[in-house]
Design a binder for this molecule. Structure first.
Ligand code: ANZ
Length: 833
């Protein structure tokens, strides 16, 4: 008996696929559009840590699907590349002085080696790296298209600034208002930024979601992020001042309940309206508010703060004077940065009113507004011409009234903000514009790419600018004979991933970002698989760029990714409750993998899982699994763990189980072989398996497809003979899942071409049907029971079935059978006395 030597087999076939370019793909025009498939993985950031188990989860899924489709006659494009600009490489450079390019490329080599060791069928000729000059040439070019369309502009924007480190910080680097590195109180500072006008596409980004085959949860997150709301802008006069205050409200119907107003601490009119008595208190408050992040300011759990400005607004519907407060729960960046406060019907306003003892006036019946804000629908009261109306009609009526009286208009607002697109960092695409005596000008296309120069120090400049400002040979240029300076801000990490799926289509094109024919041939992406953490940023930014390119006539589809699938997270430390206590998942016989949740407080804990993380020392390294069990086991196990889209815990026992299955397949190949026809029951088992594996693979239900293959192999083991025809069909089914083993056993049958290029097997519907009959059981000629049983049973078995049937047994109790009548395949009649 030979040994399943996966560590010899696997590299051998990987080399064979690569050398024979088995997965190379071309634009074959004779293949119709519906037979072309573009399958995309979210390309990895090449971190120093290498691949983790989450990467192969998605990659195996797309690889199986791609191989399956290839065998079904599809022209399959399935590329891989690297999202290789990013902060970790730059931080490492600050620490060690090693240029980010060097570390990044080392990491990429490591990633490629690891990815290749899993036997994925990528067309490596199309590999891209976002930090390659040939790649970011076109990232810069696309930026210039946005710039020329007026969608990229410069603006002073408030950012988090650490006065001690002298640098801007990302939101994630601010902990409780303090710098993550030195614990200094972080300030908000206005810094010159490049901004992309994504808000110009808000409506289309929202509407076009409807036609996408994406998880509802991701669509919901994008809808929330865009946050479209409808309401009204209402103008309030400010008493004794010559200016008005505009507010945005989604509830103009509650205008009669407005008892005070609030402006954000950054509101431009504060200075003008604050009374002399309130001046110092207001100024002090503004200073404090500047230290807080938006998140802290809007946190519902935090108590409200504010200060009276000394000024009053005049409610346009009833002429009442209401105080204007300054409070940081109102953000300058939303609506008009000022609100009318209706404490009876808005939770934040209610809390504020309670805190500062401001009046609460009910205008909708339904709750006790002295106890709690009533935010549901109801019937209007205390509201003059709105009394008796419900919320919806009242909103419409109030907007009509406001418009007729010229003190308000219908308005739409979005939470979505324009996208701050510049970073004061080195390791990113330089923004390709010049600052000249005549203002900002784009560099000429012929000068692209504007490449990153070598620098000696990667430390931020200390003035909030990137390390590039110190490289005067690079920064100082001439433009039309006059001195000019290059832009030293670079693009954020998201830039390269906004369009990479287009570059795969034509990765070596020197003249264009993509050839239009190739774009038309492949787009849109038919299946995009990756983690759920990209629900908003990457997936929204890429849709935005794509729509801009669409408007410029540079791509032919409105959307880049037609179907999106989120893989579930692979977790660790799994325990499940069994007979009252929590036991490690490895010891639970059939764990309910779809039920794992993080610890639920308050209830009895049923399962416990933990994320894999370095600090918990529970990270599984794919390399270890591959060297101990092989890539095929790794692939199969990750697919067998549970449905692709659910989160599931790693189980070492599960890996062993799957490995045992592959070993059984291997050993079967050593059985005595025959070209004779296999017994009927095996043929039927095969056809059932082909049917189930085909439809499950089609629907990305890989775990159940694998179970079916296991059932088939169990059936084979009942005969222990290798029926070569049957066997070769099974190997075809196995090949997308365990491609190395299938390829090896395929060649062992004497085949000389790759199994990957064979045709997927088909089945006969008739042969997938169970051979069952309905057996009628009678007592003294009366029907007492009916049961389904296998068809080919003999008289003796029929009698046994009848006599052991529970219902029949009841009739037999205390009686004697005097006659047994058996009609084969149909009926048993027992005559009793
Ligand atoms: C009065 C009112 C009464 C409101 C009521 C709500 C309920 P969405 O739905 O998220 O768009 N608002 C407006 N601008 C704001 C700002 N810059 N900072 C903080 N809050 C602001 O939210 C719109 C509502 O949020 C607006 O409608 C306003 O409060 C508040 F029973 O006006 B409303």
């Amino acid at each position: 008996m030979s040994k399943y030597a996966f560590n010899e087999i696997e590299p051998k076939w990987q080399k064979y696929w690569e050398e024979n370019k088995i997965f190379k793909v071309e634009e074959d025009p004779s293949i119709p559009k519906e037979k072309r498939l573009y399958i995309l993985d979210m390309f990895p950031y090449p971190s120093a840590a290498g691949l983790h188990v989450g990467h192969p989860e998605g990659y195996t899924a797309t690889d199986i699907w791609g191989r399956y489709k290839l065998m079904n006659g599809f022209n399959v494009l399935h590329p891989m590349g690297f999202d290789s600009f990013g902060l970790p490489a730059e931080n490492y450079a600050i620490k060690t002085g090693t240029p980010p390019k060097v570390t990044t490329e080392q990491n990429i080599e490591h990633f490629i080696k690891q990815i290749k060791s899993l036997g994925f069928g990528y067309d490596w000729d199309r590999e891209i790296r976002t930090h390659d000059e040939d790649y970011y040439h076109w990232t810069q070019w696309i930026f210039l298209q946005l710039f020329k369309k007026g969608l990229a502009y410069e603006s002073q924007m408030p950012i988090n600034w650490c006065p001690s480190c002298q640098t801007g910080l990302a939101n994630e680097e601010v902990i409780n208002g303090k710098c993550e590195r030195c614990s200094t109180q972080v300030e908000r500072r206005n810094i010159r930024q490049w901004v992309l006008k994504i808000t110009a596409y808000a409506d289309r980004l929202l509407e076009d979601l409807d036609n996408l085959d994406w998880p509802e949860s991701v669509k919901a997150m994008q809808r929330n992020w865009i946050g479209r709301s409808e309401g009204a802008n209402v103008t309030f006069e400010v008493a004794d001042c010559d200016f008005n205050l505009e507010v945005y409200t989604t509830r103009p119907d509650t205008l009669f309940g407005a008892t005070y107003m609030v402006v954000a601490p950054e509101h431009p009119l504060i200075d003008k309206m604050t009374s002399p008595e309130q001046k110092s208190a207001v100024n002090e408050y503004i200073k404090q508010a500047a230290l807080k992040s938006d998140l802290e300011r809007t946190d519902l759990a935090k108590s409200k703060t504010g200060v009276f400005s000394g000024a009053y607004g005049i409610n346009p519907v009833n002429g009442k004077k209401i105080p204007i407060w300054v409070a940081d729960y109102v953000l300058i960046s939303y609506g008009s940065g000022a609100i009318m406060a209706v404490p009876a019907h808005d939770t934040r306003d209610w809390e504020f009113a309670k805190q500062f003892d401001l009046p609460i006036v009910e205008v909708l019946k339904g709750g006790d507004v002295q106890q709690k804000a009533y935010t549901e629908d109801g019937v209007h009261v205390n509201s003059d011409f709105l009394d008796g109306l419900g919320k919806k009609e009242a909103i419409t009526k109030m907007i009509e009234w406001l418009e007729a009286n010229k003190c308000g208009t219908k308005a739409v607002n979005y939470k979505l903000r324009d996208w701050i697109f510049s970073r004061q960092r080195y390791w990113g695409e330089p923004i390709p514009v010049l600052h000249t005596a005549d203002g900002i000008v784009p560099v000429d296309d012929s000068e692209l790419p504007i490449t990153l120069p070598n620098v000696d120090s990667y430390e931020p400049s200390g003035t909030g600018e990137s390390p590039l400002v110190n490289i005067s040979e690079w920064v100082d240029v001439t433009y039309k004979g006059k001195a000019a300076k290059r832009e030293t801000n670079t693009m954020p990490q998201w830039a390269g991933s906004c369009w990479y799926y287009l570059r795969y289509l034509d990765p070596k094109n020197k003249d264009r970002f993509v050839d239009p024919e190739k774009e038309k041939y492949w787009m849109p992406v038919d299946l995009y698989v990756g983690g759920a953490e990209h629900a908003v940023l990457h997936l929204l930014y890429a849709r935005f760029w794509h729509k801009v390119l669409f408007d410029l006539g540079l791509v032919t589809t409105k959307e880049p990714f037609q179907k999106l699938v989120n893989q579930g997270m692979i977790t660790s430390f799994a325990y499940q409750r069994k007979e009252g206590s929590l036991v490690p998942i490895d010891e639970v016989e059939s764990p309910e993998t779809d039920k794992y949740i993080e610890i639920a407080t308050g209830e009895e804990v049923q399962q416990v899982v933990a994320k894999m993380s370095k600090s918990l020392k529970n990270v599984i390294n794919p390399d270890d699994i591959i060297s101990e069990f092989g890539a095929d086991t790794m692939r199969l196990y990750e697919m067998f763990m549970g449905p692709l889209t659910v989160s599931k815990p790693w189980s070492t026992q599960g890996v062993v189980g799957v490995h045992r299955f592959l070993n059984r397949v291997w050993r079967a190949s050593d059985w005595e072989s025959t070209t004779k026809e296999a017994p009927k029951h095996l043929i039927k088992s095969l056809h059932k398996t082909i049917k189930k594996v085909s439809s499950d693979t089609e629907n990305l239900e890989f775990n159940t497809a694998i179970s079916q293959m296991m059932i088939f192999v169990n059936d084979l083991y009942k005969e222990e003979k290798l029926y070569t025809e049957l066997w070769s069909q099974f190997l075809l089914l196995l090949s997308p899942y365990a491609p190395h083993l299938a390829e090896e056993l395929w060649h062992k049958l004497g085949k000389t071409t790759s199994i990957a290029k064979e045709q997927w097997p088909s089945y006969e519907e008739d042969l997938t049907k169970e051979d069952t009959i309905t057996l009628v059981l009678q007592i003294n000629g009366k029907v007492r029971a009916k049961i389904d049983t296998e068809a080919d049973i003999d008289k003796e078995q029929m009698l046994n079935i009848a006599k052991s049937n529970d219902r029949i047994k009841e009739f037999l109790e205390g009686k004697t059978i005097v006659k047994e009548i058996v009609v084969p395949g149909k009926l048993v009649n027992l005559v009793i006395k």
